[in-house]
Design a protein around this ligand. Structure first.
Ligand SMILES: [Zn+2]
Length: 362
């Protein structure tokens, strides 16, 4: 979080400086006309700085991982609050509802059946950027919104803290897909539709991604590529990432070419695939036949990842102050390039498969 905090402080001081300057000079009663005119101009048109990606990521991570959101457990008031926040931010950047059900825009419900407990109705949030040639297919970018809640058996307390805030896991991913979608929506139109998905039930076993694959907004075979983002926010800015998922086939080729063109080196993924491929939402989509990868800076840094897994992973101190956004900013830029490339049939021609191909179990 250091780099992003410093950038935030700098932006704030830049924004505040014109009015501070104005006040000081007016109090001194300097009545030189030209100086006053220049001052008036400066006061009337203070420099407006657009917040950068790092600042926007930080703001949203802080909101979604605050104690007010209670650890984002499915089926609670915290789910309602989380989805309201995400939906509002997606509407503000121009996304459309991505569900196929006009009665339930944005939210696709499904039920979780916890062992020995009452069923829990929960929701995936689905947005869409309309493409100019939707018959050419669709691209999916996703991150899970759910986490472990508060005072639950799955949430390990830390000192007196019993709220599992899930900042790295996965408020960062949610902020990232929002920024990726914003940049894409502000850019030139893309040919294919782009769907933006925040899944529920990931922590309970990739259930939201599984529900999406079972009842997709368009036939699953329409999706030519999917990019999952999970637990980013461990690494400072750098040039190394890892691709978790199928190493062969056209999507892997596209990722390798796009990473190289964006100055990102893809590290050997053998170990990351063995340990984590089946523990992230991308696996549920791969299982259903959808070409899916998780391209990640966090999972490329074995040392930091191991330290986090042994420490605040699924513990109440997975909080915003520990998030390092340098790597996440870099991964936002890479994913913008990846989705753009995958949404362009000229760059990424893709033969539809049935959407039912199988991949071997880990
Ligand atoms: Zn988790």
């Amino acid at each position: 979080m250091k780099g992003a905090s410093a950038a935030f402080a700098l932006a704030m001081s830049t924004r505040l400086s014109p009015s501070v300057r104005c006040g000081a000079r007016l109090r001194a009663r300097i009545i030189i006309a030209l100086a006053l005119a220049a001052l008036a101009t400066a006061c009337a048109t203070p420099q407006t700085q657009q917040p950068g990606v790092a600042e926007l990521l930080e703001r949203q991570v802080r909101v979604l991982s605050s104690d007010d959101y209670g650890g984002r457990a499915p089926g609670t008031v915290d789910e309602e609050q989380t989805l309201d926040h995400l939906q509002k931010s997606w509407e503000a950047i121009g996304l459309l509802s991505g569900t196929h059900d006009p009665v339930s825009p944005w939210r696709a419900s499904f039920t979780i059946y916890p062992v020995g407990k009452a069923p829990v109705v929960t929701h995936n949030l689905i947005g869409r950027i309309a493409g100019t040639q939707p018959h050419e297919g669709a691209v999916l970018v996703l991150a899970h919104w759910d986490h472990l809640g508060r005072d639950t058996p799955a949430c390990r307390p830390h000192l007196f803290d019993t709220v599992c805030n899930g900042a790295i896991d996965n408020a960062t991913g949610l902020a990232m897909i929002t920024q990726i979608a914003r940049i894409l929506a502000e850019g030139p139109p893309m040919a294919r539709d782009v769907y933006v998905l925040a899944t529920s039930g990931e922590e309970a076993g990739l259930l939201g991604a599984t529900a999406f694959a079972a009842d997709p907004p368009v036939p699953l075979g329409k999706f030519v590529a999917a990019f999952n983002i999970d637990s980013e926010g461990l690494t400072p800015t750098g040039t190394v990432a890892v691709m978790i998922g199928d190493d062969a086939g056209p999507l892997a080729e596209l990722v390798r070419a796009t990473a190289a063109a964006n100055g990102v080196h893809l590290a050997d993924a053998t170990k990351a695939n063995r340990l984590y491929r089946h523990r992230q939402d991308g696996w549920a989509l791969e299982r259903a036949g959808l070409p899916t990868v998780m391209v990640s800076a966090s999972f490329a840094d074995e040392e930091r990842l191991a330290r986090w897994m042994a420490g605040s992973y699924h513990r109440a101190d997975d909080e915003a102050d520990a998030v390092e956004l340098g790597g996440a900013v870099r991964m936002v830029a890479l994913h913008v390039a990846l989705v753009k490339a995958a949404a362009d049939p000229e760059v990424y021609p893709f033969e539809y498969t049935s959407g039912t191909q199988t991949v071997p179990a880990p």
